[in-house]
Design a protein around this ligand. Structure first.
Ligand code: MIC
Ligand code: SF4
Length: 761
């Protein structure tokens, strides 16, 4: 159990421990694979639970790993820790931290919004603070910043491995860490001392040549990768960035690229250790880690043979020449819909997207580094000098308290405020629907441009009429000044009030603050030395928190004649299954949050979002109401979906809600990785059509049976039956990815039930 105290940064002893076995593990990996290794493989080999028995067949083996740390953000930590509590252990088994960032709503500005959040969320913050104190978990108070920035500044280290209950955990790949986004149940495994089990990933190499310059920044690299690979192209793979071009990208720029690897479905993304990482470690007070990494640098990068012939070592290689890469803007509604700045205006006109921009936003976990803000501020200063101001609303969310204090000290916030910017709290805010826009009628189609990563409909302000585009912070500032999408800052001019035409010079940034970082306010709370004595309160009448009841074990019977709650059409992300925004307040209360189940899913039977037919009484209702009715009536059900179902977030609520409401099976054309894992963990049956055209056959009043469950076995498809209302049937096969151990979760009712049993006995 937690032998080490959890501190506000990764202790050097932990790093030494990891590096101490690195050379030996890398040698074992080379010997077993019979070839040179990529960086990813080196880190994975160094974190195998048992290198002598582990399967490392890419895309096939299920493999046990021992990560170094866990990080949880407030919106997912509640469910993760409610699950952890049921194991009955005194302490978490590895260094873990909780970060309060998602529950802060952006409304007025930083100070007022933070105080308001502390007030309305006090019960939840108190729960997280006391659970953390009790179980040996470090607690980062509201106002400390967004989890991924705080992790990058304090906990990430080259060659490490961590899990985070948030899909953008891969941000730490900017410091050379294999950092994987997971659902809470996966975090519970490692916090209770079990290994992290995941399919051994495939490897995609992105070979970078040339150098970033002018208007092109790190964000444009990942916007381009998203264009090439699309939202599902990275599924089951780790993306490794290689080649000489990587050297021209700062550590925080690398983090931006890795962060948004979540948008292509990648398990994670990673860069090799280099001088930029060493500079960042030193500048954030981690000189000793930089020295330790430098001493083992040859094992914190791919072997030379790999670099000489990438195609022989990666499953896929993508080439990007940074010198010719143009700045991009991606959207609306999906992060892979890329446009060159020179073309976006024309594309908007063709598609009827509003050209006029209603709001621009910079920040988020993706783009709020010192370098990002200095580049943005350089544009703001040019604009002020020429008498230009933002023509749109301009909102800024600093990624962390450290960045906020530093950019304030260095006058950069003042530069942004001078063109009309408003500074919001160090938190997720508008990136996750925590954005109140009293001035925007939800029925008004409007365009926003931001430096975030996700742009699904309704994500930022809850309005399906908001067309959200993502770009680099520099590009966002340029559009704020122009006020229209029909603008290319590289070639076009902006008119001042007096009619003068201004052409912006390309932004210039500073990688790191010359005067060092200002740490700002101390926002870290170390766990109590007297953990056992701390009591954790969950009121039985709370509407924010609810203790978890174990899900019932499988009853041994096939699933027969299940009604189809919904046949989701097109994109069905976790935001469609379990919306955030106003629903974030119920993240610790399974019953209450189940009121949002499938509200965003477009039902193929009706063409409408969130509505369907209740097969028990024939009425049309909201999908969460139908699910509730089925649950109360003891009626099991199935949901059907399309490609990349469950794309996006790690929120396991999207798996727990169907489970809680008596859903049994999710049958789709394909799954996003984290969501499929979450469904299995919670005892659901995630299945994919062997023949994807069967999706088209399914009608609103049909019933679906899943047969032969007693013989559920790895790699053996399940036989299913589609029964039409007139009694005719269509037989079809459904695939699954269960291994032997995961089948035991299904039978036990959930993976957590097994953990409970193990600790009870
Ligand atoms: C997101 O960006 O979608 C979130 C909100 O950070 C989620 C986590 C959550 O839903 O709490 C994620 O990315 O995993
Ligand atoms: Fe927060 Fe947005 Fe980053 Fe998710 S993507 S962690 S909501 S800032």
């Amino acid at each position: 159990m937690a032998e080490r105290a959890v501190t506000a940064s990764t202790p050097i002893e932990l790093v030494h421990e990891v590096y101490g076995r690195l050379a030996e593990r890398v040698a074992a990996g080379r010997a077993k694979e019979g070839r040179a290794l990529t960086l990813t493989e080196k880190i994975l080999w160094n974190h195998l639970d048992d290198p002598s028995t582990a399967g490392t067949e890419r895309g096939r083996s299920y493999t046990d790993f021992r990560p170094d740390r866990v990080a949880m953000q407030d919106a997912t930590a509640q469910m993760a820790l409610l699950q952890f509590m049921t194991a009955g252990l005194p302490q978490v088994a590895l260094p873990s931290t909780v970060h309060c960032d998602h529950l802060i709503q952006a409304k007025v500005g930083a100070d007022i919004d933070l105080k308001f959040a502390e007030d309305v969320n006090s019960e939840v913050y108190e729960f997280l603070r006391t659970v953390s104190a009790k179980y040996g978990i470090g607690f980062w108070k509201p106002g400390s910043g967004i989890i991924h920035q705080v992790v990058l500044e304090n906990y990430a280290f080259p060659g490490g491995m961590m899990l985070g209950t948030d899909s953008h955990t891969p941000n730490a790949g900017g410091l050379g860490m294999v950092a994987i986004g997971v659902g809470g149940a996966d975090a519970v495994d490692v916090m209770t001392g079990f290994p992290f089990n995941v399919r051994y990933p495939k490897l995609i190499g992105v070979h970078l040549t040339g150098e970033l310059s002018g208007w092109t920044s790190a964000k444009d690299v990942i916007l381009e990768v998203a264009r090439v690979l699309t939202v599902s192209g990275g599924t089951g793979a780790i993306v490794e960035y290689i080649g000489p071009g990587a050297n021209s990208i700062s550590a925080t720029g690398k983090a931006t690229i890795c962060n948004m690897g979540a948008e292509i479905g990648a398990t994670t993304s990673v860069f090799a250790y280099d001088d930029a990482m060493a500079r960042y470690l030193k500048s954030t007070g981690r000189e000793a880690i930089a020295d330790a990494a430098t001493a083992v640098a040859h094992d914190l990068r791919p072997d030379d043979e790999v670099l000489a012939n990438p195609a022989a070592f990666y499953d896929q290689v993508i080439e990007i020449d940074l010198s010719t890469l143009e700045p991009q803007i991606n959207g609306p509604h999906t992060p892979d819909l890329a446009h060159k700045l020179s073309e976006v205006g024309a594309h908007a006109k063709e598609n009827g997207w509003p050209l006029e921009i209603s709001s621009t936003l910079i920040g988020s976990c993706t783009n709020s580094s010192y370098e990002d803000i200095t580049r943005a501020a350089s544009l703001a200063r040019q604009a002020s000098a020429k008498g230009l101001r933002a023509k749109t609303q301009l909102l800024i969310t600093p990624g962390s308290e450290q960045v906020r204090a530093t950019i304030e000290r260095d006058g950069l916030l003042a530069d942004l405020e001078a063109i009309g910017g408003t500074v919001l709290a160090n938190a997720c805010g508008p990136c996750i629907g925590q954005w109140e826009r009293p001035d925007m009628d939800p029925s008004t189609p409007n365009t926003i441009v931001n430096s975030y990563n996700r742009n699904f409909p309704k994500r930022n302000d809850g309005s399906a009429n908001t067309f959200s585009f993502v770009a680099s912070p520099d590009t966002v500032i340029a559009y704020a000044l122009a006020g229209t999408l029909d603008f290319n800052p590289v070639t076009d001019t902006i008119a001042t009030d007096s009619g003068e035409l201004v052409k912006l010079e390309a932004p210039v940034g500073e990688e790191l603050p010359a005067k060092g970082f200002d740490p700002g306010e101390d926002t870290f709370v170390a766990p109590s030395a007297l953990g056992a004595g701390v009591s954790v309160a969950v009121s039985p009448t709370s509407d924010r928190l609810q203790l978890l009841e174990p899900f019932a074990p499988w009853d041994g019977n096939d699933y027969v004649d299940l009604p189809v709650l919904v046949k989701a059409q097109g994109k069905c992300t976790t935001d469609h299954i379990s919306a955030a925004g106003p629903w974030l307040k119920y993240r610790g209360h399974l019953e209450n949050i189940s009121g949002n189940l499938f509200l965003g899913a477009v039902n193929a039977f009706t063409g409408e979002a969130g509505q369907g037919k209740d097969q028990l009484d024939g009425t049309t209702k909201s999908l969460p109401d139908i699910a509730k009715h089925y649950h109360e009536a003891g009626q099991p059900w199935i949901a059907v979906g399309d490609q990349n179902y469950g794309e996006g977030s790690s929120r396991e609520h999207a798996a727990m809600e169907p489970r809680f409401r008596n859903g049994k099976v999710i049958l789709v054309r394909s799954f996003a990785r984290i969501h499929e894992a979450n469904l299995k963990k919670q005892g659901m049956l995630p299945l994919t059509f062997a023949d994807p055209t069967v999706y088209d056959e399914i009608g609103e009043d049909d019933r679906i049976s899943v047969l032969g469950l007693a013989d559920l076995a790895p790699d053996v498809p399940l036989r299913c039956l589609l029964t039409k209302p007139d009694g005719t049937t269509i037989e079809f096969l459904a695939n699954h990815t269960f291994n032997d151990e995961q089948i035991t979760w299904f039978k036990a009712g959930s993976a957590l039930n097994l953990i409970r049993q193990r600790f009870a006995s």
